[in-house]
Design a protein around this ligand. Structure first.
Ligand code: TXA
Ligand code: MG
Length: 350
């Protein structure tokens, strides 16, 4: 199924024509990758079974892992769901457009392939301008998982998308680097007390300010294939580059010497290491191959750089990526820890 992937480069000016062309590919049942504020998504018409199946094929995604449907407004969302619980309605008003995905009971118009056979559907209104224009112009709900090969780190640039999916999708809109860098918060609104299935930029505390108690229904582990989980995505390997990943969690002063020990161990075994470090740790490893995930007290920087850094070091063919886990676990930092713990082959607490 080799495809000729068209790339639309978008500058700030005159891009309506390109968005229109991309929208017509979607209307014809094709697949188009596009930027959102979180990560790049791989889109297709959420109502069209054949189109949605191409997403699963391109990504190599397990068929029981449901997709998020992207719409342009609360009104468009109403066409997809049976009812909007009061608390969901409040969250829509406060956080849409933005990095929050709500799970509600689906209407028939959303086919089984899109929801992995579940009776619920995940919906969000993205904040990215190009994404919104594309949805409006295509005039449809767009099903879009992250635009990476299944199991790989999510793409934060158009180059990442091409490196995974070139020749496997019909088109890509290159809108530059995304602004957030980790995927949306996913919250299940079908239970009396809503439950977070995936952490993201919008934290439990922020959600609770508006709707009261919210449960946490995720953890940072990969669950066995046989287990029944609330969000099928919890069962699958995630965010993992080809290289091995070791995460060292703790205070800066404890993490740095442990990284030094590991580097020595691996060099004795002739294994090439790459480092994903905070700005504060960088100067301790002057000659080493490294990528900075930013200031340890600014977890939004780690969010923006985590997937980029994993891919950057992976491309340099290291055997092991050592991640400096001394950045703050507050707010979006929680989501970053969730992703990097899932990517890690080993976690060391110091
Ligand atoms: O930020 C994002 O959410 C990005 C951008 C492109 O919007 N999308 C994204 O999609 O991360 P994806 O497919 O990579 O992750 C969707 C997650 C998966 O873990 C999936 O299992 C869960 O949402 N999910 C989707 N529909 C669900 C449903 N009906 N019930 C439970 N979990 C669901
Ligand atoms: Mg994904």
């Amino acid at each position: 199924m080799k495809k000729n992937t068209r790339v639309f480069h978008i500058s700030d000016k005159a891009h309506e024509g390109q968005v229109r062309e991309a929208a017509s590919i979607l209307r014809a049942g094709g697949t188009v990758a596009f930027p959102t504020e979180t990560v790049y998504g791989l889109g297709a018409d959420a109502r069209n079974e054949k189109a949605v199946m191409q997403i699963f094929e391109a990504k190599g995604r397990p068929a029981d892992n449901p997709l998020i449907v992207h719409v342009d407004s609360k009104e468009s969302c109403l066409k997809l769901v049976r009812a909007v619980p009061d608390k969901a309605s409040i969250l829509m008003e406060v956080f849409w457009p933005g990095p929050l995905t709500l799970i509600m009971e689906r209407k028939e118009i959303v086919p089984d392939v899109t929801t992995g056979g579940l009776d619920t559907v995940a919906v969000r209104v993205p904040e990215n301008k190009i994404a919104l224009e594309l949805i409006k112009c295509a005039g449809m709900p767009i099903a879009a998982p992250s635009a990476n090969l299944s199991g790989k780190p999510s793409p934060t640039t158009a180059e990442h998308v091409l490196s995974d999916l070139s020749g496997r999708i019909d088109a890509l809109i290159d809108g530059g680097e995304v602004s957030i860098g980790v995927e949306s918060t996913v919250i299940d609104m079908t239970s009396e007390i809503p439950a977070i299935l995936r952490p993201g930029k919008i934290s439990k505390e922020e959600l609770e300010k508006y709707i009261g108690e919210v449960k946490v229904a995720y953890d940072d582990k990969i669950h066995p294939e046989s287990e029944t989980v609330r969000s099928p995505g919890m069962k699958y390997t995630h965010y993992s580059p080809k290289s091995g990943v070791i995460l060292i969690e703790g205070e800066h002063n404890n993490v740095v010497p442990r990284i030094k020990e590991l580097i020595d161990d691996f060099s004795l075994r002739n294994a090439k290491t790459g480092l994903l470090l905070t700005e504060e740790s960088k100067s301790e490893f002057p000659a080493h191959l490294l990528y900075s995930i930013g200031n340890k007290d600014k977890p939004e920087q780690a969010a923006k750089h985590l997937f980029f850094g994993l891919r950057y070091l992976d491309e340099r063919k290291v055997d092991v990526i050592i991640v400096d886990g001394s950045f703050k676990p507050d707010g979006i930092g929680m989501a970053v820890f969730n992703r990097v713990r899932k990517a890690a082959d080993m976690i060391i607490k110091v």
